[in-house]
Design a protein around this ligand. Structure first.
Ligand SMILES: NC(=O)c1ccc[n+]([C@@H]2O[C@H](COP(=O)([O-])OP(=O)(O)OC[C@H]3O[C@@H](n4cnc5c(N)ncnc54)[C@H](O)[C@@H]3O)[C@@H](O)[C@H]2O)c1
Length: 256
């Protein structure tokens, strides 16, 4: 194996405009991947693309909760590269702590649409392409909140729990086609999403907010986007060629 673990691999990264998706795109590009930088926020995706090591990339604006939009993303990728090796489902939305009786139906539906239905939609369109070549890796960025609940994060925890079980179901279903499906459960991570859980404001990262999360992690530190990117790199690479259905906690011990 070379130092570049993903030489010539075509990788779709959703949610690539920020946080973990951005870091995954950058790390994968430095490992020789042709990255499709996909996000609902086109400007953010373009900014990520401008920081990639390789110039062989595509920027695609996508709403992962919308079937037509996902289908277009997959079509455009296939038309350009003629294959898809790796799919990273990283796009997600948080939930501001909300008692269940105050949670609106619209909010519940949106959280499930972006965090869970998206995995169904991207898999539905990418899997036929992977099946043709009997090769592929899908990595779903779920959350430690999918196995360890927090009060007030009812919809978010449920959406991630469903993402974890969908990962396992697809791992079994797709194993005969040599398509591996794994998930990563990040613990509380230092990205723009973190402050939204408590303050609801993406740009407001208060020390108090951070400390609540840091105190919940046995290793006493927030998870960095690069911690998640390196786990995704391993799961995408041939080093993990017999790993499927794995739910990898990258969480400083939060899930123990
Ligand atoms: N930050 C944390 O503490 C934490 C912990 C556990 C799991 N996660 C999960 O990790 C993943 C990445 O989160 P992050 O912390 O990097 O968040 P982030 O907010 O920094 O990035 C999320 C990205 O997803 C994009 N996005 C949102 N809705 C979209 C849609 N409908 N279609 C396409 N793109 C969309 C946003 O534009 C943004 O660029 C998410 O699935 C999140 O739920 C985050």
């Amino acid at each position: 194996m070379t130092d570049k673990l993903l030489e010539g691999k075509v990788v779709i990264v959703t949610g690539a405009g920020s946080g973990m998706g951005k870091e995954i795109s950058k790390l994968f590009s430095s490992h020789g991947a042709q990255v499709v930088v996909a996000d609902i926020n086109k400007q953010a995706a373009e900014l990520t693309a401008s920081e990639l090591e390789s110039e062989d990339f595509r920027v695609i604006q996508v709403d992962v909760s919308d079937n037509d939009s996902v289908e277009m993303m997959v079509k455009e990728t296939f038309q350009h590269y003629n294959k898809i090796d790796v799919l990273i489902n990283c796009a997600g939305v948080p939930q501001y702590f909300t008692p269940i009786e105050e949670l609106s139906l619209e909010k519940w539906d949106r959280i499930f649409a972006v965090n869970t239905k998206s995995i169904f939609l991207t898999s539905k369109h990418v899997v036929p392409i992977m099946k043709e070549r009997k090769n592929g890796a899908i990595i779903n960025i779920a959350s430690i909140a999918g196995v360890r609940a927090r009060p007030g994060l009812n919809a978010y925890c449920a959406s991630k729990g469903a993402a974890i079980m969908l990962t396992k179901a697809l791992a079994l279903e797709l194993a005969p086609f040599k398509i591996r499906v794994n998930a990563i459960n990040p613990g509380p991570a230092e990205t723009p999403m973190l402050s939204q859980f408590i303050s609801g404001d993406r740009n407001k990262v208060e020390a108090e907010t951070k400390n609540i999360f840091i105190d919940s992690v046995p290793l006493g530190t927030l998870i960095q986007p690069s911690d998640i990117a390196h786990a995704a790199l391993y799961l995408s690479s041939d080093f993990a060629k017999v790993v499927t259905g794995e739910i990898m906690n990258v969480d400083g011990g939060r899930g123990v």
